[in-house]
Design a protein around this ligand. Structure first.
Ligand code: MN
Length: 365
């Protein structure tokens, strides 16, 4: 039985004029803005159209994103109402527009300022303890990411967001150490959200959509393995890492494959680790999924602790407004302790998110 559902993956809707209103004057002209291009509401940054979003209707003449269907709820109270109608009591909040916008910016200082404006808005707007606002980190500069986390931690921020891939500066480079160390020291977990850091649709033509979506779900295999095999999680035993919206079915196989590779190709393996690589992910890692019966079925191999359910509200690929039905169906026959861990307890342990009366993470583990 699903007793409580907390979503470890949701997305806010940023106000359309967020950056125009809040960036320092010297950066505002190059900063993100919403414009109509070829009849479509489009995101523009550094004077480039980076994404055409949806058809513009006449009531969007002012560039307002408020009326876009499926764009989701900006007002925290209305958002909680929508969650309640879906049987969800709280959620972890990731960006929508800010996500792909910030990571398409080429100028480091502009990216940092864009993240800062978003983070200040997010933390101010979503103070209710049923929300976990995740800080958007300026991934072009790891040292600036660390400073941003340190700036936000006193305001209660307990999680930071990075791209799923960082090809320009791979995560095993020493420049990232300052962020791993800072996050671990602050007790802030780091999330790698699927669909970022690499081209999302490399395959064109027939079969492209399905192929690209499936391949996106395998992205975390690379990043999760690297965090383990490069010794990052071993060096920072307090660092927690989450692979978000990537499904869970790949995890059991990936954990086994990283250990097999470590053992069987030992002569090429650097650095040597004190334990097999999968131990570090089991100890410090996690994944979120919306609907993944394979991931749920593989619990015997992954354990419960790595698995967190998330609705991905309000995105169309998420489970809203049928989260409870979808949860009931995929957890049928699963032990109550496992259900509780995956649908709410792991999120409470990791983020300290508020629960309704009668649900305590410490009770009856
Ligand atoms: Mn998501």
């Amino acid at each position: 039985m699903i007793r409580l559902a907390i979503s470890a993956d949701g997305h806010v809707s940023e106000p359309a004029d967020l950056w125009r209103a809040n960036l320092p004057a010297s950066l505002r002209d190059r900063g993100p803005r919403v414009e109509v291009h070829e009849g479509k509401i489009s995101m523009v940054v550094e004077n480039r159209v980076i994404r055409k979003l949806v058809e513009a209707s006449p009531d969007m003449a002012d560039g307002s994103l408020a009326n876009i269907e499926g764009w989701g709820e900006n007002d925290p109270a209305a958002r909680l109402e929508a969650l309640a109608s879906d049987g969800v009591s709280g959620e972890v909040l990731y960006p929508t527009v800010a996500f792909f916008t910030a990571y398409s910016i080429e100028d480091g200082p502009l990216q940092a300022a864009v993240c800062q404006v978003y983070n200040d808005w997010l933390v101010d707007a979503f103070q209710d303890p049923r929300f976990v606002p995740v800080a958007l980190l300026p991934a072009a500069q790891p040292d600036v990411c660390a400073k941003e986390l340190a700036r936000l931690a006193p305001r209660g921020v307990v999680a930071g967001l990075l791209p799923a891939h960082s090809d320009a500066l791979p995560y095993n480079r020493p420049e990232w150490e300052v962020l791993w160390e800072t996050a671990a020291g602050l007790g802030v977990s780091l999330s790698f959200h699927a669909g970022s850091g690499r081209h999302q649709a490399p395959v064109r033509g027939p079969g492209g959509a399905v192929t690209n979506y499936v391949v996106t779900l395998t992205g975390p295999v690379e990043t999760a393995t690297l965090l383990c095999a490069a010794g990052i999680l071993e060096r920072h035993p307090m660092l927690r890492v989450m692979m978000v919206e990537c499904g869970a079915g790949w995890l059991a196989w990936a954990l086994d494959a990283m250990d097999e590779s470590y053992r069987e190709h030992e002569m090429f393996v650097r650095p040597k680790l004190a334990e097999l690589p999968s131990l570090y992910f089991r100890r410090q890692g996690g994944v979120t999924f919306q609907h993944d019966v394979v991931g749920v079925a593989n619990r015997a191999m992954t354990g419960d602790r790595c698995l967190l359910w998330g609705s991905d509200y309000p995105h169309p690929e998420g489970t809203y407004p049928k989260s409870r039905e979808i949860l009931d169906e995929q957890f049928e026959g699963v032990a109550q302790g496992s259900i509780d861990a995956i649908t709410w307890r792991n999120a409470v342990d990791l983020y300290g998110i508020a629960t309704p009366e009668g649900f305590s993470a410490d009770a009856a583990k």
